[in-house]
Design a protein around this ligand. Structure first.
Ligand SMILES: *Cc1c(COP(=O)(O)O)cnc(C)c1O
Length: 389
């Protein structure tokens, strides 16, 4: 049995030889990794309610924290940022704790329409004693049914409306949802977990913070990593409540190495975000069109997608197997994609791939059962990491 050190070494080698099309992941630049691997990863810094730090040797850690927080605020043009959450889920939990009371009702998009499972009644609602009602949503159009939503909101008067999906290919009409929420005084939360990097690059839902009370999400899907979560708001009262729901409620230590890495990644997004997000969205469209033209059915023809995600159609099941089978076939060819029918373009864009027609043909052939390993090797040879300082 290999030691874990050897196993990790092997894993790193494995990763160098695969092409990742996973929609909810990203890789981290070497200077972001560097921060994760420092002494900071074994430390605490904890400013107590009275303002004094409970630990020693913390001055530089606090300096790094302030810089990282500043970068995140700059990136989104936000007045306030909470950068400690350990993931998008914890960011959601903190945001909800800051906006609802026990027995309140919220609205969210159902998981059958690509909404996040955490908002379904068995999960966060069961744990925090609230209830979720579903936002009317059309799969056909990949759109909220705004008229039906308005009716339902007036009837239910939800305390909070959470937008955002794990399967996300289209913007919302946020101005319209804001108007609806204002009729009942409902708070509007935007869970941008999948698209935080694209929002930062102003290429997907650039008005997310403008129209919502809180924008939150993961820092490792389209954002440049490391794994974590952030919460943004322009409302001072909400900010106070958010800050009060972190330490000793949803978490304690925030992992200072991760905060340093986050600040570095945020700086890269400040520098490269717009160019990155532009390439991601154009790559998604061309890759989707190529797959569809090659006989792999993609949802939402002819526009396909406005994000980093491509949603494969269940119409493929008869010919090519279910999403699990498709993921396995891709994996056998060193192409990594999830078993949910999503193809993502964040990573391939960051390694500089722009020829989505060639890539699409390779992916399509793999799904059809061909051996494309040598073609994948050839593509990997042409890559060149971009958008890292
Ligand atoms: C991934 C995801 C989350 C959870 O994020 P983690 O960073 O994995 O905790 C929450 N909401 C949505 C919409 C997601 O896609």
């Amino acid at each position: 049995m290999a030691s874990i050190v050897e196993m990790v070494d092997n894993y790193e080698r494995f990763r160098r030889d695969v092409l990742s099309l996973q929609a909810s992941e990203n890789f981290i630049c070497s200077h972001v990794k560097m921060a994760l691997g420092t002494d900071l990863g074994g430390r605490y810094s904890h400013v107590m309610p009275d303002g004094r730090n409970a630990y020693g040797g913390t001055d530089m850690i606090e300096g790094i924290f302030r810089e990282s927080e500043k970068n995140v605020k700059t990136l989104y043009g936000a007045k306030y940022a909470e950068i400690r959450p350990l993931g998008g889920h914890i960011a959601a939990e903190i945001s909800l704790l800051s906006t609802i009371d026990k027995n309140d009702t919220i609205m969210a998009i159902g998981e059958e329409h690509g909404g996040y499972t955490g908002y379904m009644n068995d999960y966060l609602p069961a744990m925090l004693s609230f209830k979720t009602e579903l936002i009317p949503f059309s799969d056909q159009k990949q759109e909220i049914d705004y008229d039906a939503l308005e009716k339902k909101v007036l009837e239910i008067k939800p305390k909070v409306m959470v937008l955002g999906q794990s399967f996300v290919v289209k913007h919302y009409d946020l101005a319209r949802v804001r108007e609806i929420c204002d009729r009942t005084g409902s708070k509007l939360l935007y869970d941008g977990s999948h698209v935080m990097g694209l929002i930062a690059g102003k290429k997907f839902q650039p008005d997310a913070l403008k129209y919502s009370d809180i924008l939150f999400g993961s820092t490792h899907k389209t954002f440049f990593g490391p794994q974590g979560g952030i919460i943004l708001t322009n409302d001072p009262d909400l900010n106070d409540r958010i800050k009060g729901n972190v330490v000793w409620k949803t978490m304690d230590n925030y992992h200072p190495n991760r905060i340093a890495a986050l600040g570095i990644a945020a700086q890269d997004l400040i520098t490269f975000g717009e160019s990155y997000a532009g390439w991601v969205t154009s790559n998604s469209y061309t890759l989707a069109r190529t797959l569809n033209d090659s006989g792999i059915a993609v949802n939402n023809s002819p526009w396909y997608t406005e994000s980093h995600q491509i949603l494969l159609s269940k119409d493929n099941f008869g010919k090519y197997g279910d999403f699990r089978t498709i993921s396995t076939k891709l994996g056998n060819n060193r192409l990594i994609a999830d078993a949910e029918g999503r193809i993502g373009t964040a990573e391939i864009t960051r390694i500089g791939l722009t020829d989505m027609v060639s890539l699409g043909e390779v992916v399509a052939d793999a799904i059809k059962g061909k051996d494309v390993r040598s073609r994948v090797t050839e593509i990997l040879r042409s890559t060149n990491v971009k958008f890292c300082r």
